[in-house]
Every structure is written in structure tokens, then in C-alpha cells.
Write a protein of this length. Sequence first.
Length: 428
Amino acid sequence: MDTVIVLFNRDLRLHDHPALAEACARARRVVPLFVLDPAIEARHRRDFLHETLHDLRASLRALGGDLVVRHGDPVAEAMRAAAEVRATEIWASGDVSSLARRRERRLAEACAAQRIGFRLFPGVTVVPPAALTPPGGSHYRVFTPYWRVWSATRRRPVLPAPESVRLPGGVDPGALPEPPAQPYGIVRGGETEGRRRLDHWVNEGLAAYGETRDRVARRTSMLSPYLHFGCVSPAEVVERACERPGAEEYVRQICWRDFYYQVTYAFPDLGRRDYRPREGDWEHDEDKAQAWREGMTGVPIVDAGMRQLLTEGWMHNRLRLIVGSYLTKRLKIDWRVGVDHFADLLLDGDMPNNCGNWQWVAGTGNDTKPYRTLNPLRQAKKFDPDGEYVRRYVPELASLPGSLVHEPWKAPALVPGYPPPLGGELKA
């Protein structure tokens, strides 16, 4: 095999990259290609992406290769690059969103027309999304049966990074946008940083995860942005976690990620259409929706979560459930409002997980108890008992003593600048 183009998308790493590993093992020359598509507005994730691409380029150059960067439509640019280097194959990691699958179909058709081989490889999930199906069904609709089968499934081996990358001569690698000195969010992009965080989490944080994972004032692994961009391999995360005792609760969360990927693979409209049809209409109240977005609902635990999202591009998973349930169950606002806001701001704005979790809290998704409602005050007292989290992100309440930080409407006087709770006082 002469020349293979490896088209990077959400797999921006060298370690455990099946398409890259096989290309480097079998082809004389390999072209690692990334196409910056102006039609896909990354918004707040742009800085993280640019940092990641710079890190990937440096790693590839250390192996004798380079990251070839083009701008435009990924299919058109991939075919243009194939003609330039006379590639015989284009390989990529398979994905599940409707956008990704349309791109894959277009690329397959373009390759067929030019008699170029096209292959999709695993790597975006631990277990490929279509690999596990229940008897008589296209996918698992309930998590627990999927978890049992997923846990018992033999997984592919985690692959090392290639020893060298042989780029064809004369290829213009193209320019990368410079990331800003102070990027949006609280983490820096790239495989190097992602692997450092993985090492730290496995060695220092994982052991306490089962006991502390719902304490919203604590940071968890912070690996979700790196998983979203493929800076770390989900298969390697699971393998590394399983080296430590007591990892089941954390591995279960990675399985949830795979679960929503296989749901999305079978139901590509997960981001726009109810998975489970709902009775009744949503309320359309833009003032309430905006107060929720800005962290000005008058419910401290909700406001703290929304303000963390605005300033850091991240939010603890327990908070995501609390603020989602508040929007959809208490304010009765369409879950798609939440999906769009999260997709705009989250560094780990992962379509299958974002939409799957929003539909879960809204009662239109894979929750077996669709009428479940999370009481934000009860959740706050349970998972932020000392008010540490609320005081960190809602500073105007920091001086309130004890549990009043969660119920400022009970204070002797109104807190200047902080609103009363939308819809009236809450009860635990």
C-alpha cells in the first residue's frame, strides 16, 4: 500500500488511534489530515481545538511526520489532498451524529467515484455503537441491560502510538490558527495535557470517586473535554481505570457515554426530536429561559451551576442534572433550549451525551421513570451541605450563614442584587 490519508475528526491523538496505527504499519506514506470546516462554528470550543491541533502537530513532527491542515469542506479538501499526494486510501474513525454520518457517506461516495479505498475504524467509543444489540431490537433503550452486556464484552486491545510517521515529500502542511494566551475555560487542550490528567486521575483521584463523585464542590477527572475531542482514548481510560480497585463506578460513567452513542447511532434525531413522545406542550417564556441561562433564577444551586458554565465552560455532572431538571420540570421549558445553551458553552459539548442527558432529565429520553423530578433544594443540601459550591459561584450570597445560602428567601433581609426564586419559594 503506497499512500494513505488518515482524516482526523474527533480523534486528535496518537495513542490508541486504530486508523493511524494501521496506516503507519501498512502504508509506505501517511498523510495525517485535519480540515477546519468554517461551516461548523466551534464557538467556545475553538480555543481548546486550536491548542489540541498545535499539540498534535508537535507530536507528529517528533515522529517525522506532520499534521496537514486545510480549510473548507472536509470531503472536498480530503479529495483534493488525495489527488495531490496520489493517495490510494482514505481512512477515518467512525462517528455517530447525523452530521458525521452524512460526511462519511459523502466521503465514501466521492472515494468510490475516484476509485480510492475508504475505511472507517473504531476509536471514538470503547465498544463500537452497533456492536451490541438486544434480541429483536436495533439498540439498547435502557442502560442497565446495556451495562451488563457491555461489561462482559471483550474489548479490542489498546494500541500504542506509532513509532514513526512517513509523510510524502513536498506536502505543504498548512497554517494553524494561533490559540489565545488566555483561552476560554479552565483546562488546556491537547493529548499531552489529556494524558497528564489521566495519569493524575488514575493515581490520585480515582480511589475516592465512588464516595465523592456527587459532591459538587469537588472536581472529578475533568477528562470529558479530552474525550470529546479524542485527545484521550475512551478505551485506554477504561483500561487504565480498571488497573485500580474500586473503579466500577467511574467505568460505569464511561459506559453511559457508550450507551448514548449507540442510542444516537440508532436514533440520529436525538438532538432535535423526542426519543419518547411527551404529553402536553412546553411553555415558551424567554424571560425565564434567559434568567436560567444567566444564573439569576433565585435558586442558588441552579444559579451556581449556570454561572460556572458561563465562566469555565464546564459543570459537574450532578449539577447538569439539577439545572436540567429545574428548567424542564419546574419552569416547563423545552429541553432543546437547554441543549442549545450547553452545546454553545460546554468544552465537552458532546452531542450524544448532551442530548441524551437532556432528554433523560426532561422525561423524553431513556429514563425508565420519565416523571422523575430533582428537587434543587434537596439536592443542594445533600450534595453541597456546607454551601461551599454556591458561595464560590454566587458571591453575593457568600456572607449568608449555614443553610441560608441555599434558601436566601428565609434571610431576615433580601440580598441586594439577588432575585427571589422564579415560581416562588422552594421546599425540601
